[in-house]
Design a protein around this ligand. Sequence first.
Ligand code: ZN
Length: 193
Amino acid sequence: MAVPLTGPETKQLIREFSAYIQQQRDSFFPESLALSPRHKEPLEGFFSSSLLEKVRIVQLQGNRIPLPVISLRDRISQYVELPDIAHMNSFTFWDVLVFQDPITERRLFHGLVHAVQLARLGLETYLELYIRAFLKTGKYLTVPLEVQAFRMDARFSEASADRFKVEEEVELWLQRGLYQMGAPTPETYRPVR
Ligand SMILES: [Zn+2]
């Protein structure tokens, strides 16, 4: 179901998420670690080495990610359920990936796809695309930025020897306008090999 927020309400939601992501990124950064060689090895070829050097990870031990303050939470909840951050495996706070569940190769891959999208689009554009798409259907699994990340982590886990370049595919989706909700064919889209 679509969530009929006004333009200014949508902007406010984007601003609140932007502040949330920056705050969480800064608060988790001091305890974050670089990827170890063991983490990096299966990911090489899919991601640039500069991204793998730059990204940091945090493994929470029982504690959870603080939830964002959303002033329109009650209004949005009249229409749809908000994605439940408390039950997500991980959350990508820009270049800091925070895991609430044990880090697996596939979860790490998924978080890194979001890190690539964020690095390419910038936080504001990323959130515009993410939140506007979410408000159209009320389902975060249909947000194109998520569709791409889930599709890629599935491809990676099915055939991790078949190395595709995540940065190139993000560029391609951007050029073809596939991050806009309602863009023609994310479901049938096949990447150029
Ligand atoms: Zn995701």
